[in-house]
Design a protein around this ligand. Structure first.
Ligand code: SAM
Ligand code: SF4
Ligand code: SF4
Length: 348
């Protein structure tokens, strides 16, 4: 039956395969490198990812041709959006060529990139020219010392803000992602909101998650979206929930009276698994159906053995059809048996 449907795909017919909870595959996040020039404590803590850490060998990393083949395989399944991430994606050589190649195979695709922003000022206009639609920049504070302490890098928040401005100036749609961690950067909620409100750039505050296996995540360090909203409202005035939330949307949108919007990604206090339409491909070409997966499906080996677009489509459909992930909804009942995959590897 599946193969019959797939034969039809040679034409222009497309099929939308739903998973076991009726969720379609609309979003693909591809980690194009497991390397990063930051060592954020909550993602790649320096004691685990020090000089002795072995990153993936080049031969294991997806080539641009592999990535394009994967996108082509998934496009007829209803794929609407591709997000390039990592690790730090702007470290990958010739990334603008990759964006142009993806744009060529999907003229209508929404193409986004998540970056720590350290190299963005240099790349923004080239990325836009190559066909990128939007960029999400991670920045956890405005205070230089706090940002350096979290990221364990020497990059100044001002350089990242310059990258954000350059992106907006060149016509990219820009958002800022800020993870708030108790006793770390709660005091950055107001400065972050203030600066990006002035720049008219949407900020999304993220609840600190228990993703990956290397962190000593402690639930008492999570600052909930409700508390962040209270802090913001006490300084800037009332926030109102935006009604027209879209299916599959990750962030809950809230707006001030003047229309300026802020997002909240509340996967701890308000899980959104019910409408999760995201698949992820790790830097070495494994397909993961959840950020908290312990196991991936090896598409890179298939490609090494000569799999074509249709072979990959069958494999993806078969995995997606069986998908039953809802980790954030059952976080408290679940016993982790093996170490979950790291965020810089699977892509945030
Ligand atoms: N290096 C790029 C960056 O930092 O934007 C892309 C990859 S990074 C893994 C993607 C996103 O994951 C970042 O916004 C980061 O803040 C977020 N992230 C990483 N670990 C997290 C955690 N434990 N809880 C919440 N967000 C996390
Ligand atoms: Fe690097 Fe992004 Fe992870 Fe920070 S969050 S260590 S910038 S991959
Ligand atoms: Fe999607 Fe897994 Fe996150 Fe739930 S926990 S929203 S299924 S990635």
């Amino acid at each position: 039956m599946l193969v019959k449907q797939l034969n039809n795909l040679k034409g222009t017919v497309s099929i939308m395969q739903e998973d076991s909870y009726g969720r379609p595959l609309k979003d693909l996040r591809i980690s194009i490198t497991d390397r990063c020039n930051f060592r954020c404590n909550y993602c790649m803590p320096p004691d685990e990812f020090g000089p002795g850490h072995k990153f993936l060998p080049k031969s294991d990393i997806l080539s641009f041709e592999d990535i394009v083949l994967l996108v082509k395989a998934m496009l007829p399944l209803g794929l609407e959006k591709v997000r390039i991430t990592g690790g730090e994606p702007l470290l990958r050589k010739d990334i603008t060529n990759l964006i142009a190649m993806i744009r060529q195979c999907g003229p209508k695709l929404d193409i986004a990139l998540t970056t720590n922003g350290s190299l963005l000022a240099r790349f923004a206009s080239k990325l836009k020219q190559a066909g990128l639609d939007r960029v999400t920049v991670s920045l956890d504070g405005i205070d230089e010392q706090i940002v350096k302490r979290i990221s364990n890098s020497n990059v100044s928040p001002n350089d990242i803000i310059s990258g954000i401005q350059a992106s907006a100036d060149t016509g990219l749609r820009v958002k800022v992602n800020t993870v708030i961690i108790k006793n770390y950067n709660e005091n950055q909620i107001i400065p972050i909101t203030s600066i990006f409100r002035k720049m008219n750039v949407v900020v999304r505050f993220i609840e600190y998650m228990d993703v990956g296996g290397t962190k000593d995540w402690d639930p008492s360090q999570v600052v909930f979206g409700d508390d962040i909203r209270s802090v913001i409202a006490s300084k800037f005035g009332k926030l109102q929930a935006v009604e027209d939330q879209k299916y599959g949307q990750v962030a809950n949108r809230w707006a001030f009276d003047d229309g300026y919007e802020i997002g909240f990604i509340e996967s701890i206090s308000k899980p959104f698994c019910k409408s999760c339409t995201r698949a992820r491909i790790s830097a070495n070409g494994r397909l993961y159906t959840c950020l908290f997966s312990e196991r991936g499906h090896d598409l890179k080996s298939m490609m090494n053995m000569g799999a074509d677009e249709e072979d990959l489509r069958v494999a993806v459909l078969s995995v997606w059809g069986k998908r039953a992930d809802r980790y954030s909804e059952i976080r408290n009942q679940r016993k982790q048996t093996t170490r979950p995959v790291e965020m810089h590897f699977i892509g945030g």
